[in-house]
Ligand binder design. Structure first.
Ligand code: ZN
Length: 408
């Protein structure tokens, strides 16, 4: 920040450290459908209520998932495999059929066999079958061919796909609780070795379980009416296996700081602080439910400000703009100019602001510039490395101050 912190900012700084610790350390994971996720949403609800916000809970069903490892054996040789997230388990022994392209997959006789996806067909994560926001034709063809072909199981060999799958290696080629062919995956390096066993009998055991559960969005409101409202959003869920500090406990913490800074707000325009639940979950249930409840009334949203990936220790915070009216954009830029640590960033689509932009509402996305610049090779997102160690708390206070100044 430009100046040394005043008393109010010091207080916000201490609070943000506390909220982050609660979300990332005290709560054991925030993936949708889990008890940790419900704890996180209850925590958010409780704190915003203390700052006099009206709260609506939008509840949905979502499965959680538990696994106890997988083994793959070909004759004497065993291979390292991981259980596909949200996959069904299996215990099968059948011929291994390698496939490296969609055409090959559509022609192959895979019924009752074990399909091995490697090379070109496994280069990027396949979108979940019911994911409506972005779903390339080739992805739909792969899923359709697998469901029609009815193999006993699918194995995928993958490298990195940071832009879509985060910093994990190997990345799960399929992550979809609505896809019912058992799936396991391995590194591309291990896959090279497996290729030599094409046509041989493979024994795959995967111990995996889907657990029915619940989750909800928490929508906090202030002000009069619903027209021309400002929706400030951050997804509260995290991927399994990560504390989700930058993705996206920092976003939720900024929402809470805003709840405090705007605690006396009344009148127009109305303001919504939305903790969405499902951005990092295959079925994006919170976002789907929010859209359903909007019932086409996105024209009532004057602006969405979505925070995702903010507060990374290196670089500055980035605000990017999507279809803002000229006067509004001018005002935002004026406010930004007063904050050293905030710059304009490039547009990106992998966040909840896209839901608003696709429905015709203007939006601002708030993130860390470092992530935009290292999108394709960063090894942080969705991994254990996304923890409290990499957070700069002063950036959270700065973003909250800038946003409240603009809103007020
Ligand atoms: Zn995120």
């Amino acid at each position: 920040m430009k100046h040394s912190m005043n008393g109010e900012e010091m207080k916000l700084l201490r609070e943000s450290e506390l909220y982050m610790k609660t979300l990332c350390r005290d709560i054991p994971g925030r993936c949708v459908g889990s008890e940790g996720n419900r704890e996180a949403t209850r925590f958010f609800e409780r704190v915003v209520r203390t700052h006099n916000w009206q709260v609506e809970l939008q509840e949905f069903e979502a499965i959680d998932w538990e696994e106890q490892g997988a083994t793959l054996q070909l004759g004497e040789r065993s291979f390292e495999v991981l259980v596909g997230p949200y996959s069904l388990g299996c215990d099968v022994r059948e011929e291994l059929i390698p496939v490296s392209s969609i055409d090959e997959l559509e022609k192959a006789d895979i019924r009752g066999k074990i399909v091995f996806l490697h090379g070109d067909i496994a280069k990027e994560q396949i979108m979940p079958k019911n994911f409506i926001f972005y779903n390339p034709e080739e992805h739909k063809r792969i899923i359709a061919a697998l469901e029609k072909g009815a193999p006993l199981a699918v194995i995928g060999a993958t490298g990195r796909n940071s832009g879509v799958a985060g910093g994990v290696y190997p990345f799960p080629l399929i992550e979809d609780g609505d896809f019912d062919v058992p799936f396991a995956y391995m590194t591309d390096v291990e896959g090279e070795q497996l290729l030599r066993f094409a046509g041989r009998e493979a024994a795959l055991i995967s111990r995996s379980r889907r657990i029915p559960g619940m989750g909800w969005n928490v929508i906090a409101r202030k002000g009069t009416g619903t027209k021309d409202r400002i929706v400030v959003s951050a997804h509260i869920d995290a991927k399994k296996g990560t504390p989700g500090a930058i993705d996206n406990a920092t976003g939720v913490t900024i929402l809470i700081l805003l709840a405090e800074l705007l605690r006396s707000y009344e009148g127009e325009p109305p303001i919504e602080l939305a903790a969405f639940n499902g951005e990092d979950y295959y079925a994006v249930p919170g976002q789907m439910l929010y859209i359903e409840r909007m019932d086409g009334r996105f024209d009532e949203v004057a602006l969405n400000i979505n925070i995702d990936g903010a507060g990374y220790k290196e670089g500055r915070s980035a605000f990017s703009f999507y279809g803002l009216p000229a006067e509004m954009e001018h005002k935002v830029r004026n406010v930004m100019a007063g904050y050293d640590g905030i710059v304009e960033g490039v547009q990106w689509v992998q966040g909840d602001h896209s839901m608003f932009v696709q429905n015709g509402s203007p939006a601002i996305a708030v993130t860390s510039n470092w992530f935009s610049e290292n999108m394709d090779d960063q090894k942080v997102t969705h991994t254990p490395a996304d923890n409290l160690e990499i957070v700069d708390y002063t950036k959270l206070v700065e973003i909250a101050k800038a946003l409240s100044e603009f809103i007020l």
